[in-house]
Write a protein that binds this ligand. Structure first.
Ligand code: ADP
Ligand code: MG
Length: 464
């Protein structure tokens, strides 16, 4: 079977299993071959092999058949993909023989609202509501702006432009606005779609000679939301049409909400007149998540999973560990949690640190902190206005020793370096010196609010 057949089958699977399941379970699969009625896949972990085999084998077989690549069973080989460490090297063994019936569906089925009446919009995810959105420092402004727009009333900023990195909640906030506006006044015509879909509709209208209809529809909405607008950068005629649609709606005082992965001015290949139009309204960004926000999200999600799996228990410290170790992208965080629950319910064990590390080895590895001891030393020296050479040098006066201990503490908590390794990077100090320094800062953190603030500040800048 050709690669592009699997590509097409994956598209079908995306539709049938939903975006979350797809990202967690289907996307990582690699089809090796279909041979003698056996479809052989490589998967990064044995856990994943088990889960996919139990829950998706049948669906995969159905879609393979529909794509003219029939197989009667699927087989999984565990081959750590590039993110896995060399230590887990290529032991490759068939894990699953039979295509087990999909008895138990994984958590979080995708429930979607149909788009309003005749509008060519994308469906809204019913879970993306304001109630389900966890607010923290990094997203409070974006959240407040979204709330304001969702309240309706006079259009005060047009457009609202939300931007930020992947998985930080842009789409979630846009759907939340759409839900809220529709709930408040079902007669309002709210059109939500991605920029990619906008382009697709536009091309289709051109081809079918229905540009008049196209223009009419897009100019008749009360609220237009276009997600991931960076997609139309460099696509000239789509941009042109978007620009006219945009202007027509602004002239009618209709609300427009746009998202992108970066600020308007930074989108390469976007016409200047569009950039400046986009900058006319309110531009707010979603910052990378911080520890507290991640923990908040994890707690909220874990709570909702617990309703589904009342028998599952978390050991203390697991959520904190995840909030610490998994990077800023909330989608990755959610995926990790979902997998943990699935795994724990499969093996019927309490979710403790061991199980977490075993089950999430690949994710943890992939989002390993890139912060280095040297970076920490540099930032801490800057923060306390001391020389980097003093930080690693022999001086023992308090004004230098304290920052040094702060740096040791951060190195211990933000890197995977061992105490002796850290000691070596601090001018060849002994590991007991490092241990003492870390301990000292741990004590001070509780009693000295200045130190606590410094640590927080430094951690934030280093994580950013
Ligand atoms: P983006 O569009 O910015 O790439 P999404 O809006 O698709 O990100 O968010 C990715 C996932 O993370 C979604 O499942 C979303 O519900 C979740 N998510 C993001 N931010 C939050 C938050 N603050 N509270 C709860 N869930 C969040
Ligand atoms: Mg998005």
């Amino acid at each position: 079977m050709k690669n592009d057949t699997w590509g097409r089958v994956k598209q079908q699977l995306l539709e049938s299993v939903g975006r979350n399941n797809y990202a967690n379970w289907i996307e990582p699969l690699e089809l090796k071959k279909v041979d003698n009625g056996v479809a052989v896949f490589s998967v990064p972990t044995s856990f994943m092999a088990n889960w996919v085999s139990r829950n998706f084998s049948e669906t995969i077989l159905i879609h393979l058949k529909a794509a003219n690549a029939p197989a009667s069973r699927v087989e999984f080989r565990v081959e750590p993909h590039q993110t896995a460490s060399a230590a887990e090297a290529p032991e490759s063994k068939p894990l699953s023989k039979a295509a087990a019936p999909a008895s138990q569906k994984p958590a979080e089925p995708q429930v979607q609202d149909a788009p309003a009446d005749d509008l060519p919009g994308a469906p809204l995810d019913s879970r993306f509501t304001f109630d389900n959105f966890v607010v923290g420092k990094p997203n409070e402004l974006a959240h407040a702006a979204a709330r304001r727009v969702a309240e309706g009333g006079p259009v005060t900023f047009n457009p609202l432009f939300l931007y930020g990195g992947v998985g930080l909640g842009k789409t979630h906030l846009m759907h939340a606005i759409a839900h809220e506006i529709r709930d408040r006044d079902p007669s309002l015509r709210v059109l939500y779609l991605s920029a990619e879909q906008f382009m697709y509709r536009f091309v289709q209208a051109l081809r079918d000679r229905q540009m008049i209809d196209f223009k009419q529809i897009f100019r008749s909405v009360d609220v237009l939301m276009v997600d991931d607008v960076q997609f139309i950068a460099g696509k000239d005629s789509t941009q042109e049409e978007f620009f006219h649609t945009f202007n027509a709606l602004v002239d009618q005082n209709k609300q427009i909400i746009i998202s992108a992965d970066r600020a308007p001015g930074e989108i390469q290949g976007l016409e200047d007149r569009i950039k400046s139009r986009l900058q006319c309204g309110l531009v707010v960004d979603l910052h990378p998540t911080d520890y507290e926000l991640r923990l908040g999200v994890l707690q909220t999600k874990a709570e909702s999973y617990r309703a589904q799996y009342p028998e599952l228990k978390f050991a203390d410290g697991v959520l904190e560990f995840l909030a610490h170790r998994i990077s800023t992208n909330v989608r990755v965080l959610e995926g990790a949690l979902m997998r943990l629950f699935a795994f724990a319910s499969l093996v019927g064990r309490e979710i403790d640190l061991d199980l977490t590390q075993e089950c999430l080895a690949d994710i943890l590895k992939a989002s390993e902190r890139k912060v280095t001891v040297e970076e920490i030393q540099r930032k801490v020296s800057e923060h306390y206005a001391i020389r980097l050479s003093d930080m690693i040098g022999p001086k023992r006066v308090r004004s230098i020793a304290r920052p040094r201990q702060v740096a040791m503490y951060l190195a211990k908590h933000m890197t995977t370096r061992s105490l002796p390794e850290i000691g070596r990077r601090f001018g060849g100090r002994d590991h007991t010196t490092v241990m003492h320094g870390v301990k000292r800062i741990e004590e001070l953190k509780g009693t000295d609010s200045q130190i606590a603030d410094d640590l927080e500040m430094l951690r934030r800048t280093l994580e950013a």
